[in-house]
Design a protein around this ligand. Structure first.
Ligand SMILES: CC(C)(COP(=O)(O)OP(=O)(O)OC[C@H]1O[C@@H](n2cnc3c(N)ncnc32)[C@H](O)[C@@H]1OP(=O)(O)O)[C@@H](O)C(=O)NCCC(=O)NCCS
Length: 154
């Protein structure tokens, strides 16, 4: 079942995000690997999120927040046991519907450059890579911004 995240979901959502990002070896390490209940509670207050439950617990989550004229999508995380079943795609579609309801013309997100599978996932969902960026203290690009423009007629 896909539903909007509630303040009471902050602790399990943070735990799922930490677990999902734990196996990711990136430089610098992903801040998502240190996500906290307070961090998720603050993010939900500033925007919102969606989650998918399977037989009780949350197995997939995503957060969204209005930013820079569009809707920013972050902390997309799907439990390892249920990957490649289209759950990430369903969550991205839910964020897209949220943006349309708010009349926001595009979605945007950040993705680490070495994570080729993730870049392929977002491309498959209609995102394009727009700009390259370096984390503070790095002299080479470490991540890119991806955007999906939303056609109001769709
Ligand atoms: C990235 C992540 C959210 C994908 O979740 P998922 O539910 O497995 O993704 P989906 O099943 O919706 O995948 C949709 C499509 O994206 C592409 N895709 C997803 N994972 C892929 C992979 N590992 N390799 C290649 N393509 C992939 C495929 O086109 C896939 O469709 P298909 O299965 O029909 O081929 C999940 O692997 C995860 O939680 N990873 C750790 C946290 C993370 O990296 N989050 C994103 C940060 S930018």
């Amino acid at each position: 079942m896909l539903r909007a995240l509630l303040p009471a979901d902050a602790a399990p959502a943070a735990a799922l995000i930490r677990e999902c990002f734990a196996g990711q070896v990136v430089d610098p390490p992903a801040s998502a690997g240190r996500e906290t209940t307070a961090g998720i509670a603050a993010a939900l207050a500033a925007g919102g999120g969606f989650g998918i439950e399977r037989a009780g617990p949350l197995v997939a989550v995503v957060l969204w927040q209005p930013a820079e004229g569009g809707l920013y999508l972050g902390r997309l995380a799907v439990a390892a046991s249920v990957r490649r079943h289209g759950l990430a795609q369903r969550l991205i579609t839910a964020v897209e519907q949220e943006a349309r309801q708010r009349g926001l013309p595009f979605l945007h997100l950040k993705v680490r450059l070495p994570l080729l599978d993730n870049r392929a996932l977002f491309r498959a969902c209609g995102f394009v890579e727009t700009t390259l960026h370096a984390h503070e203290g790095y002299c080479f690009p470490t991540y890119c911004v991806m955007e999906k423009r939303l056609n109001p007629a769709d």
